[in-house]
Ligand binder design. Structure first.
Ligand SMILES: Cc1ncc(C[n+]2csc(CCOP(=O)(O)OP(=O)(O)O)c2C)c(N)n1
Length: 310
């Protein structure tokens, strides 16, 4: 059963007054991630906007144990914490690495791939603001094609790396994508990940007002538009079974998807994209969406058939 807003735990793990930007998609997502994780959690976080949110030692705005680790080492650090807890005979903690897209898709992928290959028992959450935002909006391999960044001043020409497919190729037990604009879907996915053992990977789309160039009040509106245009697709893969979730699932049923131009025009970072690249991006999105829907229908059909055979 999906959680409703009245069932969310009242306990807040982020204290009032963080150092994140106003209207930060990450802050919104993180609040719900921590509610789902609860007190018995050990976090490890590399250099990123999230270290800014956590604050400067000796103060912090987050009420959970946290290790600040080096940029490339989130998964290595989480693996070390898992080993230390095992040595101490402590079994009731959830170990969680939380890193940005730069710290995951780019510099952290080696340690993450190694840990996933070992199926080390932790949750890895990548919050995807599609760039190196903490250091001034540089390009990452998660930046979409057509976006301006300070290192792609004439817009980026390559498509976003498919990190979810890379993680899926490791055969880990749980993979999901979620969005700051749908916090209850995100909450439920983190809750579910907590009940599973082995490496679990969750990718969270988090709109970034200063980096993407939109008014802070539009963070949820833009996050929802990312889903409606399939720039971000909500889904999960549990023990190899793929399914679309939430709004993406409803879109697959109704066959409704908005044109990507609706999403692009709300953001300063796409101000310089030309018509040819809008078409290329739309084509890429359409093909990806068709593959997602076909996969969802295949698995749903399979689930129905096995129910009928019971
Ligand atoms: C080895 C190394 N290179 C560069 C940096 C500088 N640095 C700190 S945070 C950061 C950007 C992080 O980007 P991302 O992981 O996407 O997180 P975000 O800033 O978007 O939250 C960089 C490049 C560093 N700390 N260590």
């Amino acid at each position: 059963m999906a959680t409703n807003v009245l069932q969310l735990p009242e306990e807040e793990y982020i204290l009032p007054g963080t150092r994140s930007c106003s209207g930060c998609g990450l802050a919104l997502a993180y609040r719900h991630i921590l509610k789902a994780l609860g007190q018995k959690t050990i976090l490890t976080i590399p250099a990123s906007c999230l270290t800014v949110l956590h604050g400067l030692y000796p103060s912090t705005s987050v009420k959970l144990s946290n290790i600040n680790t080096a940029f490339a080492t989130t998964a290595a650090s989480a693996s070390g914490i898992v080993a230390a807890l095992k040595a101490l005979g402590k079994t009731d903690f959830t170990v969680v690495g939380v890193a940005g897209d730069g710290g995951t898709y780019d510099i952290g992928i080696q340690a993450l791939s190694a840990a996933a290959e070992r199926n080390t028992d932790f949750i890895y959450i990548c919050y995807d603001n599609e760039g190196y935002m903490n250091t001034g909006t540089q390009r990452s391999s998660a930046t979409p094609m057509g976006a301006f960044t300070t290192t792609t001043p004439t817009t980026k020409l390559e498509h976003k790396k498919d990190m979810l497919a890379i993680m899926e190729a490791h055969g880990i037990p749980y993979i999901a994508s979620a969005s700051a604009a749908y916090p209850l879907d995100l909450y439920d996915k983190v809750k579910k990940a907590k009940t599973i053992r082995g490496t679990r990977f969750i990718l969270v789309n988090v709109p970034c007002s200063p980096g993407w160039g939109f008014p802070t009040r539009d963070v949820v509106k833009l996050g929802k538009l990312a889903i409606d245009t399939a720039m971000c697709v909500l889904h999960e893969v549990e023990d190899g079974v793929f399914r679309l979730t939430g709004r993406s699932r409803a879109m697959a049923r109704s066959s409704k998807k908005k044109p990507v131009a609706d999403y692009l025009k709300m953001q300063g970072r796409f101000r310089h994209i030309d018509a040819e690249h809008i078409d290329l991006l739309q084509e890429w999105l359409d093909q990806r969406w068709t593959r997602y829907v076909a996969r969802h229908q295949l698995c749903e059909g399979g689930a129905e058939a096995s129910k009928a055979g019971e």
